[in-house]
Design a protein around this ligand. Structure first.
Ligand code: SAM
Length: 421
């Protein structure tokens, strides 16, 4: 087998940030020289690499970044994407799933190494940061008898009741590092989990740490052609005016045709290929007769029993149901109608678009070439809709950079504004 050419990681990193021409100009070499380095024909000498590192390294990014944040339960970095868009610098990441880490590292190659199990990390070892981001898994808390009242007593406080859960690890980090703000994301029914007790503990613990907490269930429908309701909790350490009502919400959401592969796009990996001058979706995504028959039978059985959806087939004008982490099993929650053939699943690239990872003007999300579809579907189904996070970052970041501007108004002034007098 032919040996793959070795390309310097510093050069690779530089070329993710700058064009070949810009790199050539920084180094004062011909652009053809940069190309030769890129294809591994020759290697840049040490002084060139040192100069590149100085000009385009993560260290220079630190100088330019407006704030620092950490990315917990990071998955493939949906939350990170939203905050990097506001010139934030991610200084710590925790994710223990090796497949997700592989995707994460290919999408964010310039940073620190991803740290694994968060329960094995000492909060004091985490770098200082301004904002903590976490899409933590939802777990039950056993909290017989906890009430707001006894949370005030140290021994039975909310904080004690969160011991042993992953949320506890978030609390410990907030307690140790005291970031200015946090954004937590979870499934909508976190609020109803364990008859509301889980949520009561979460809010109680955050308040006990001194954070002002706002929450909202947000549907992704205005941004992407998917109905996906998730709860977002935003907290600030200092009192600031913040309301989810200030979110700029697009008036009209796109339909599925906006994310489906089109006949004139570039083919990609095993997802699509070119046939008679058109790009078409690979057959592997079309359901076999056997599976399609089974799903139809299953759906009919559920319908007869009066239960919701068994499987859902959509056209280009429709809006999809929620993409789940189990989409890889049979794809039944989102199937795409095809003329004269059985329906098909979405390809992982279409899932990236459905989750807003690939949007106008954004760098396409990298799905590693060797990533199985099963893992890719799981990663997207677990993730967040990126433009929602971007919008929340747009509201949160100015409040941590310039809190004075957002101090709550004195009551009298507020009443004057409210009555318009
Ligand atoms: C709901 S997903 C969050 C996805 C993420 N917000 C994104 O944009 O892709 C939760 C993630 O937490 C990770 N996780 C669960 N337990 C963990 C632990 N103890 N340490 C680190 N990561 C963990 C899972 O592997 C999963 O990727």
């Amino acid at each position: 087998m032919a040996k793959r050419p070795k390309v310097s990681p510093i050069l690779k990193h530089a070329l993710e940030k700058r064009t070949q021409r810009e790199v050539a100009s920084i180094l004062d070499v011909d652009v053809r020289q940069v190309r030769r380095w890129m294809i591994g024909e020759s290697q840049p000498k040490a002084p060139y690499l040192a100069l590149l590192e100085k000009e385009i390294s993560p260290a220079s990014a630190v100088r330019q970044s407006a704030f620092q944040f950490i990315d917990l339960f990071a998955g493939i970095g949906g939350l990170r994407r939203g905050f990097e868009a506001m010139s934030g610098e991610c200084v710590f990441t925790s994710e223990w799933d090796s497949h997700a880490v592989r995707t994460y590292e290919q999408n964010f190659p310039d940073g620190h190494q991803v740290s694994g199990d968060i329960t094995a990390t000492e909060p004091s070892a985490i770098p200082d940061h301004d904002i903590l981001l976490a899409g933590f898994p939802c777990q039950p808390f056993s909290l017989a008898g906890v009430s707001k009242k006894n949370s005030l007593g140290r021994a039975h406080g909310f904080l004690d009741k969160t011991q042993g859960t992953l949320f506890f690890n978030v609390v410990s980090i907030l307690k140790a590092k005291k970031p200015k703000a946090f954004l937590l994301e979870n499934v909508k029914n976190l609020r109803g989990h364990d008859e509301g007790r889980t949520y009561e503990v979460i809010r109680g613990a955050l308040h006990e740490l001194g954070y002002q907490v706002e929450e909202k269930v947000i549907d992704s429908r205005p941004w992407v052609p998917q109905r996906r309701e998730r709860i977002f909790l935003v907290g600030f350490r200092e009192p600031v005016r913040f309301s989810f009502d200030e979110m700029a919400i697009p008036q009209r959401g796109p339909s599925l045709s906006a994310i489906l592969h089109s006949a004139n796009e570039e083919p990609e990996g095993h997802f699509t290929r070119r046939e008679r001058g058109r790009t078409i979706v690979d057959e592997r995504y079309t359901l076999s007769d056997h599976l399609w028959k089974y799903l139809q039978g299953y759906a009919a059985k559920h319908k007869a029993a009066g239960n919701g959806f068994g499987c859902s087939v959509f056209g280009g004008e429709d809006v999809a149901r929620t993409l789940s982490a189990r989409y890889h099993k049979d794809g039944s929650e989102i199937l795409i109608a095809q003329r004269g053939r059985n329906p098909r699943r979405l390809t992982p690239r279409e899932c990236a678009r459905l989750m807003g990872f690939d949007g106008p003007g954004s760098k396409p999300h990298v799905i590693p070439a060797t990533m199985s579809d099963t893992q890719a579907y799981r990663q997207f189904g677990n993730s967040v809709v990126v433009p929602i996070v971007e919008e929340l970052a747009r509201l949160m970041v100015p409040r941590i950079l310039n809190p004075e501007r957002y101090r709550p108004l004195p009551k009298a002034q507020y009443e004057l504004l409210a009555t318009g007098t």
